[in-house]
Design a protein around this ligand. Structure first.
Ligand code: PXP
Length: 240
């Protein structure tokens, strides 16, 4: 079974551009699940520059939405996660000035802190995943830390595919890591920069069972939703 998680951070980006309420991330989250998505991802950044605590509060209260909360590896964010109890937590690195999550966690440097955070999440029955760059060393560390899943950062392969460059070496690297992770009983997810083409490529790796996609899905939805919205406006303008 392959699961599709939808990251709706950029719905909040559009909402925040006007400082008002529209579009509503929680409505989008409900709609995405109705349309067949397996889960909703929101990244509550420490500066709340897109998703904010109010969004987390509403979305986590809707039981029909399987929620994956991305947070930085701090005890402050852990406290928030334990308060709102999402179904899943994905721990990610966070840099204030980055446009998006640029790479995976440095598991070696943060091993003891991560062990403590993951342990508390595990005790609360929250499935924990670590966002990592694809390396065997990272998989071993993720297991040692006690995570249930790893999410492999797919930015590198996505960039190669988009630039029409050779991606096969990176594909094999991801495949090797996914197989190794599965052999250690870790669930394997993939995310970052995915579009139709890269997802078609990565779905060939049978060990990857969850794909978390944000920017491309929101962008495509805007492009493909335009027809319906214009039709609705034309109906309003033509009505007597
Ligand atoms: N997975 C994780 C852990 C992320 O942090 C992000 C956002 O960077 C995504 C998936 C989705 O990435 P994108 O918006 O490029 O699809």
């Amino acid at each position: 079974m392959k699961y599709l998680g939808i990251n709706i951070d950029h719905v909040a980006t559009v909402r925040n551009a006007r400082g008002e309420n529209h579009p509503y991330p929680y409505l989008l989250a409900k709609h995405a699940i109705k349309c067949g998505a397996s889960s909703i991802t929101i990244h509550l950044r420490e500066d709340e520059r897109h998703i904010n605590k109010k969004d987390l509060k509403i979305i986590s209260s809707i039981k029909k939405i399987p929620l994956n909360l991305e947070i930085a590896t701090t005890f402050k964010m852990l406290k928030i996660a334990l308060k709102y109890k999402p179904d899943y937590v994905c721990l990610v690195p966070e840099k204030r000035m980055e446009i998006t999550t640029e790479g995976g966690l440095n598991l070696n440097k943060k091993k003891y802190k991560l062990k403590s955070i993951v342990n508390k999440l595990n005790k609360s029955n929250i499935r924990t995943s670590l966002f990592i760059n694809s390396s065997i060393k990272n998989i071993k560390l993720a297991k040692e830390i006690g995570a249930k899943c790893v999410e492999i950062h797919t930015g590198k392969i996505s960039n190669l595919v988009k630039k029409n460059k050779s991606f096969y070496k990176e594909f094999l690297n991801i495949k090797k890591c996914a197989k190794y992770a599965k052999s250690l009983n870790l669930d394997v997810h993939a995310g970052h920069g995915l579009d139709y083409k890269t997802t078609k490529i990565l779905r060939k790796i049978k060990e990857i069972n969850e794909y978390n996609i944000g920017h491309f899905i929101i962008g495509e939805s805007i492009q493909h939703g335009l027809r319906n919205v214009i039709k609705k406006f034309m109906k309003i303008l033509k009505s007597k």
